[in-house]
Design a binder for this molecule. Structure first.
Ligand SMILES: Nc1ncnc2c1ncn2[C@@H]1O[C@H](COP(=O)(O)OP(=O)(O)OP(=O)(O)O)[C@@H](O)[C@H]1O
Length: 239
């Protein structure tokens, strides 16, 4: 479980995140949705201890977040920080040495499913294949928290489609809490249980996807467009 209590983060003079309080529970996939620059990546970076809030507290399974929280949090970043001369196989071996929860068997299944070549050097990989390697490395950890920042960016439409369909089979719903940050809502909609709209650093709405569909007859994309439009009209501040 992840808890953010009255969390604010500012870079320089501008506030990025403003007084966010929310809990994320195991067994669910949360979509953290927002336009460019709204604060999605900052939120994930704070949960994994890469960036610290200026105010408020963040807890992962009751533990106050610090750099050591990476043992409990698997994080797929927007950027990739691979060691270029390593092969795909070396990267997998390296991750296994860094994270005791890394499952090499699962990594090999993912490599096969995503049609990656174990012998290829990272520097030889195309952007899409680097994206596939990021997925392999993040999804192969048995960490209780899985944070995916734009996990499908750079993947071609066929691979995206098959990853969206198969992602659920790589997640342990009894133990894992999953947050996916993205602005590509349409594609990941089928995966999501709960959605959070973030706009200009404000958490402006949280909804259950089934309720949106069944009670309000709204797709996630429609709901999100409505809520962003409202905030553009009323200035993006919480009431
Ligand atoms: N290290 C930093 N120093 C200064 N400003 C930053 C830093 N990191 C992020 N910001 C600013 O904070 C705001 C939120 O950035 P963030 O990356 O969290 O947004 P995002 O919703 O993930 O955007 P995107 O969809 O474009 O990745 C942006 O205005 C960004 O310029």
């Amino acid at each position: 479980m992840i808890e953010l209590r009255n969390v604010s983060k500012k870079y320089g003079k501008d506030f990025t995140l403003k007084d966010v309080s929310i809990s994320f529970h195991p067994g669910k996939i949360y979509g953290l949705l927002g336009p460019n620059g709204s604060g999605k990546s900052t939120t994930l970076k704070m949960i994994c201890g890469l960036v610290y809030p200026n105010k408020g507290e963040i807890y992962v399974d009751g533990e106050n977040v610090n750099r050591g929280i990476s043992r409990k949090v698997a994080y797929l970043t927007e950027l990739d920080m691979f060691y270029e001369p390593f092969t795909v196989e070396h990267m997998i071996e390296f991750y296994a040495t860094q994270f005791p929860d890394f499952d090499i068997r699962k990594a090999n299944i993912l490599v096969k499913d995503l049609k990656l070549d174990l012998t290829k050097k990272v520097k030889q990989l195309s952007k899409g294949n680097r994206g596939r390697l990021k997925l392999v490395l993040a999804l192969s950890r048995k960490a209780p928290i899985l944070l995916l920042d734009e996990p499908f960016s750079g993947l071609d439409p066929m691979v995206r489609d098959s990853m969206v369909k198969s992602l659920l089979s790589y997640i342990d719903f009894e133990k894992q809490t999953v947050i996916i940050a993205t602005h590509e809502i349409d594609e990941i909609e089928p995966l999501l249980d709960e959605v959070l709209a973030i706009y200009n650093g404000n958490l402006i709405d949280i909804q259950n996807v089934e309720t949106l569909r069944e009670e309000y007859g709204l797709s996630v994309l429609r709901w999100f467009k409505n809520i962003v439009e409202e905030n553009e009209i009323y200035g993006g501040e919480k009431e």
